[in-house]
Write a protein that binds this ligand. Sequence first.
Ligand code: RIB
Ligand code: CA
Length: 319
Amino acid sequence: MKKVILFADTGIDDAIAIMYALKNPEIDLLAVVSGYGNVDREKTLRNVEYLFELAGRTDIPVIAGATRPLDGDDPVFFPNIHGAEGLGPISPPIPEERYANRTNFSKLFRLIKKNRQEVTIVNVGRCTSLAIAHYLSPEVMREVRETFVMGGAFLVPGNATEVAEANFFGDSIAANYIAQNARHLTIVPLNATRDALLTPADVNFIDSRADTPLEEIIKPILDFYYEVYQELEPGIEGTPQHDLAGLMATLNIPGLFKFVRREVRVQHEDSYADGLSIADFRPGTTNCFGMGCVRIAIDLDRDVFVANVVDILTNNVDG
Ligand code: RIB
Ligand code: CA
């Protein structure tokens, strides 16, 4: 069983990843660190609390992540993507005392130390909180078994700018730090996640099997996300589940991904290319090995993806 700590900026596809983690018997979700992203940190924290309440899993620690990127600038929010509150049409009825005043990383470090060399970190938001954890305690972070990051776009269009994916663009300094310093790192970029599509028919099927409060919000939030994507990319067949794909990369599902190994840098100086993910894909370049070498998921099989996701999301275990 994978012991996973998820670093999220809990919006819609983050929420689907959390549901999948709760429902998949191969995943033991140890904690969620939730920071700013498309909406502010307090909203993303509230969303995690809401999901755990629906699932009856308020025992899982929720840790407050970062409120702004490492350059100190005010974060740029994108409420048009995941909705004003981050969960599409839903305004989670969670009282402020449940998520305000949550504090620091001591709980995170305790969990990693208690589960030495067993924790898999999956980062599906801006990399700020994860970079801060590395800055605060490199010794403890060396006890992490492996790290997966959803972010970047290698030689394909970005989604936040022409060249940059949203998580890397949102904090390119942190993304570059993690790309160069996290050990046993896998990056799951748009190259793979743009094909992690759930169509309205997939969602309707999942909904037809929904019989718990958690399962019942899948359709409303993904219907909202579908409308948003139809505006962004008219004609797209479904909604890309970027964060879920990042989480699924931890599971070695046969045939799901193709990987290459390259050194990775992220453009992080003020320029029109801020957040651009860079690796050497020139013809004749081969896989790297050793320190600084990152595994990159460059392709995802959509049929394998859908079959697995439908299977997990329609099983009747919430947590
Ligand atoms: O580019 C995809 C990422 O941006 C995902 O993490 C999604 O949740 C959005 O924030
Ligand atoms: Ca996210």
